[in-house]
Ligand binder design. Sequence first.
Ligand code: XIL
Length: 326
Amino acid sequence: ATTLKAAVTFPIGMIVSADRLSGNDNNFTTVLNKEFNSVTAENDMKMASMFTAPNTYDFSKGDAIVAYAKANGIRVHGHALVWHSSIPNWLKNYAGTDAEFEAQVKGYVKATVAHFALAKTAAGKPVVESWDVVNEAFTDGAYAAAFYKRIPNYLVKCFTWAREADPTVKLFYNDYNLESQGSKVTEVVNMVNSFKANSTPIDGIGLQMHVDYVTTSMSTLAANLTTIKNTGLLIHFSELDMTVNIYKDLTTLTTERSNAQKAKYKEIAVLYKTIPAAQRFGITFWGMRDSESWLLSFHNNSNEWPLLFDANYGYKPAYNGFLEGL
Ligand code: XIL
């Protein structure tokens, strides 16, 4: 195969924004349409973007993404209904009672899922096939305090509300460090088991996959993936990128480091294919060009090259490695 999406039967995803798709950067959309068949909104479909005031929602940017995806035969993965890092300020400081706070979150989850369920392909399939219902609930408990404290049992409730709003959309729990942290994997698997025991709906687990070319252990990742795979749920590598310069020893990407990144991207593609076909939801990259990665500001380092394409949309060795592994 000569493109990512043609190489495999599971979807290959890219993050987008409504602005990026609005037509002023043909380079971006050319690569997007050629290589990818799934999209996730980097920020436009998060709570802080769409939940503008009590009982008030602005779905316009999400709608623009959905319209683009529909016109181009691309799937949309919704991200993320409830996340500690994307709570609109008015809700963060909400002065109402806990019951009123819960009613706001419930109203948002149900209205959002119901709204995005309306978009259908010509064949009648939903364009938005799935949602990350809750993002990063474990270990980040302190940050998620608003939800934990004010909504008893909020994990169960959010998944239940989402299912009530749409009986078929696929519901995901999404988190980081599942590739490396056994204790967090245990927390997630315990959640899944308790959901199953109580008939709380859940369809999939997203491993964010913000990995590093050397510090991420492939054997730990493989072991954790096996544990998660044994839940029988769908598995999404939901935010894949790979740092190569966390110790800031490089000012330009060397051939050696680039080849190490290529090799690890290949191993990740190979590993994903060990998941039974019926559980493969897809692999989504958290960015197209190195120069636009969220990691540049996150690691406070402009010398980082985590993705498959360089600043000029050139194909990196990382791209070839990943394609070889597919
Ligand atoms: C990030 C975006 O890439 C940034 O633009 C934004 O400022 C913060 O959020 N885990 C997630 C994603 O689940 O939603 C985050 O995206 C990256 C970490």
